[in-house]
Design a protein around this ligand. Structure first.
Ligand code: ADP
Length: 504
């Protein structure tokens, strides 16, 4: 019971909303506390300066109203001027007059200021003022616990020095500072409380979009991939997050669709030969009476098994090359020489189909850095397609040429051509152009070609016209070509059947 509550509390303190709001509040508290502290100090120093100025003025006025008669100081004011009388009255509130021996002569009758009449203090101050020629400021605490600021000075009466001091109460100044402090202490928690509420709600509103992303992510399953979250229209970071999420969701949907299509295609492709094998074996088992019949059934089944094995091998190779699992062993390869080899190997099947197979741009070395085995597979697939889809009497031409840091491999034929509608799909897995009289292919050859070309950082283009022929152009970057002396030993093609790498 206690533990889940603790866990919930811990989770609450970890929420982005709490952290945003509390960080803002903490910063605001620090800033406001600093403002309060600096404000109080500034106010205090302004009041101190003002108080000193007032005391200076009061001392000036005191000097004006004190006259010496028979060597003794006395206050003189115009009795007919009530303002003057009042001013003198105010000055007499806190004052002291003492002779050169520090003996007080006159002063405020108030017992609060007894400390002002201390002989030693008066003598010390007189000595200090004679040395510095500056008045002295001091603060004393009266018996009423109120602080008073006092200014002391010296007056001269024909050679005799007199000590005079004038003071003012600091009670009002303290009241101003205390009022400021009290008001600030009331304002601070109120302001913090209001800001806490505002920041809590604004953080909550801002993070609402995150919650919608969170909810959408939780709702995503295999059946509703591609779920889109509506944009808020604020064009801020959260809208960009929503955009990225929507784009990711779209990509996921596409990849899952592709995988689903692929699984369906594969099961379909596997089912056909499997059903055929099953049928042939059943027929042989239940109806074959002679050895030849059995042999024929087994041969047919073997053909289908071979087709199955080819399909599995092709799929494995395709998935390896698409996921980049086949390691690239790039070497410098002369394409013209490589094409010569392959054209030689394909001469027999071409002649068998009554086709003319020729190589263009012969004799010009066209070097580039590629994986020889993989590029051989590309050419093999394109060449066997060209031969397969060109009727007898036609021609197939292959050639390689270099231009602008790239190498172009061209395979063209005068064959049946590819209808315009089908052109964009021929590189898709298992895609075959419907043909009333098809020579069985897997529809994987061109997907494999595209994967290899992509792994080389190249591209493949195709132009085709029905009844006229097709032209495939593979472009790969030439890469860093090394002279034969520098070049590492290149993999030589193992002798084999032409089209051994053909995925069909
Ligand atoms: P397949 O095993 O069927 O040949 P590919 O992936 O190699 O599979 O080719 C896909 C489809 O593209 C083929 O079914 C064919 O219809 C078409 N195609 C490929 N190359 C040619 C070509 N040279 N001439 C006409 N059609 C072609």
């Amino acid at each position: 019971m206690f533990k889940p509550r603790l866990h919930r509390a811990r989770q609450f303190f970890r929420t982005l909303r709490f952290r945003l709001a509390s960080t803002f509040l903490l910063l605001l508290t620090i800033v406001l506390a600093l403002v309060g502290f600096i404000g109080t100090k500034t106010l205090q120093s302004i009041l101190d300066t003002q108080s000193e100025q007032t005391l200076h003025e009061q001392l000036g006025a005191m000097r004006g109203y004190i006259h010496f008669e028979d060597g003794k100081p006395g206050w003189f004011a115009d009795p007919s001027d009530p303002e003057e009388a009042a001013a003198v009255g105010r000055l007499k509130n806190i004052f002291v007059e003492a002779d050169a021996n520090g003996e007080a002569y006159d002063g405020s009758p108030n017992a609060e200021f007894k400390a002002l009449f201390d002989r030693n203090t008066i003598l010390n101050e007189m000595a200090e003022m004679q040395a510095t020629h500056e008045p002295i400021f001091k603060t004393i605490t009266g018996k009423d616990k109120v602080q008073y600021q006092i200014i002391s000075s010296i007056m001269n009466d024909s050679g005799n020095k007199w000590y005079i001091a004038e003071g003012r109460s600091l009670a009002e100044d303290h009241l101003v500072v205390n009022n400021f402090r009290r008001n600030f202490l009331i304002f601070l928690p109120t302001a913090l409380f209001v800001c806490a509420l505002v920041s809590w709600f604004s953080a909550g509103t801002a993070l609402k979009a995150l919650q919608s992303v969170d909810r959408a992510a939780q709702e995503i399953t295999g059946s509703n991939l591609g779920l889109q979250i509506p944009r808020r229209g604020a064009d801020d970071e959260l809208d960009r997050l929503i955009d990225s999420f929507n784009a990711m969701s779209g990509r996921l949907k596409e990849s899952f669709e592709q995988i689903r299509r692929f699984s369906t295609d594969v099961s379909h492709e596997l089912r056909t030969p499997l059903t055929a094998i099953q049928g042939q074996l059943e027929v042989a088992l239940f109806t074959a009476t002679r050895k030849e019949q059995l042999q024929e059934a087994i041969e047919n089944a073997l053909q289908d098994v071979e087709r199955l094995a080819n399909l599995v091998r092709a799929l494995l190779l395709l998935s390896q090359s698409e996921s980049g699992q086949i390691p690239m062993n790039k070497t410098t390869v002369d394409m013209t020489e490589l094409l010569e080899d392959l054209v030689d190997q394909f001469q027999i099947p071409a002649e068998g189909s009554h086709l003319e197979l020729t190589q263009t741009h012969k004799g010009e070395p066209v070097c580039c850095e590629v994986d020889r085995t993989q590029i051989e597979r590309v050419i093999t697939n394109l060449l066997s397609n060209a031969i397969k889809y060109t009727p007898p009497g036609g021609s197939v031409r292959v050639g390689a040429k270099a231009s602008g840091g790239a190498v172009h491999l061209i395979v063209e034929d005068s064959g049946v051509g590819i209808p315009k509608d089908h052109l964009p799909h021929i590189f898709d897995r298992f895609y075959r152009v419907p043909d009333p009289n098809p020579e069985k292919g897997l529809g994987l050859g061109l997907s494999f070609v595209a994967a290899i070309v992509k792994a080389h950082g190249g591209e493949i283009q195709v132009e085709s016209k029905v009844g006229i022929g097709s032209r495939f152009v593979v472009t790969v970057p030439a890469g860093q070509i090394r002279t034969p002396l520098e070049a590492p030993v290149t993999a030589t093609r193992s002798a084999g059947e032409p089209g051994a790498d053909r995925l069909s």
